[in-house]
Design a protein around this ligand. Sequence first.
Ligand code: ZN
Length: 296
Amino acid sequence: MKIANNGGRTVLLTKSGPVDVHEASAGKFGPGPSAVFEHWEEFRAWADAESSAVGSMSEGDQSAWLDTVGELGAPSPQPRQVFGVGLNYKGHIAEAGMKEPAHPLVFTKFASCIVGGDQITELPEGGVDWEVELAIVIGADAHRVEEDKAWDFVAGLTLGQDLSERTLQHSGPAPQFGLAKSFPGFGPIGPVLVTPDDLPDRNDLEIGCSINGETMQLGRTGDMLFSVASLVSWLSHAVPLYPGDVIFSGTPSGIGATRTPPRFLDEGDELVSWLEGVGTIRSKFTGPRYKGPKLS
Ligand code: ZN
C-alpha cells in the first residue's frame, strides 16, 4: 500500500486511482497523515480492503499522478520526534575515516526541517551536503520493543535527504548535528510512504542520488550495519516512539564533505534521490545564501 500527502490530505494510491482517505472513509480517517498514523492499525484494515478494488492504475499511472500533484507534502509532515543515525554503512564509515560503531549513533533533526519531496530550498552560508537515506515512519507506540517484533511498529518506509551544513556542524569543540541538519527544507521526505509488504524486499533496496544528472551516491539498504528492525528496537529501549515519528537510517558513501576537494550544493543545483519501490524526490537550491547563526 502506498499513501501520499496531497496538500495536507492523505491519499491512498489504489489500482483504480487515487482515493482521498477522509472522504472515502466518511470522515473516519484523516484528513491529514498525522491523524491517520494515530489510528494506523484500523486504517490499515480499512485501506487494505479499499486497495483490493480491481482497477487499472499501474505503477506508472501512479507516478504520473504524483507528478500532477501541486503540493506533494511529506508523508509524515508533523512527526513528534525525528531521529538521525550516523555511520550506518561501511563505505560511508570508511570515507569519513571513522571506526565502526558498536551500537547505533543517534542524533536529532528538528521537526521544522521536514518538508515534502519536491522542493525549492534556500541555501544558507557555508557548505551544504547531501545524504540520501531510507526513512522509517513509525505506526504504533513503541517502547522497549524486541528486534523480532520491531517491524510490527513500522507504518512504512519512505525516502529522505539528511541535508547538513558542515561549517556549523563542525564549528565547536564537538560536532553539533542538531542545528546543522535542521535548516528549513533540510529534511525532505517522500514521495510516498510504502508499507513493508508492498516493497520488493523491505530489508534490501537500491538507494542513490544525483546532482544535475551526475550520480553521487549509490548503495543498497541491505548493507546497513544496523537494520530497520534493530534501529527501531534499539531506539525504543531509550525513548518511546510515537506514530508518525521519522527515523533517518544513515547514508551510503558518496557525500560531498569527504571528497577531494570537498563538494557542496550550489545555487541552481538539482538534487535527485531515489529508493527502489518508493520513488524519487527532488530538491532545487537557490540563493543568495542567507546568514545562519553567528559562529564567532
Ligand atoms: Zn545522515
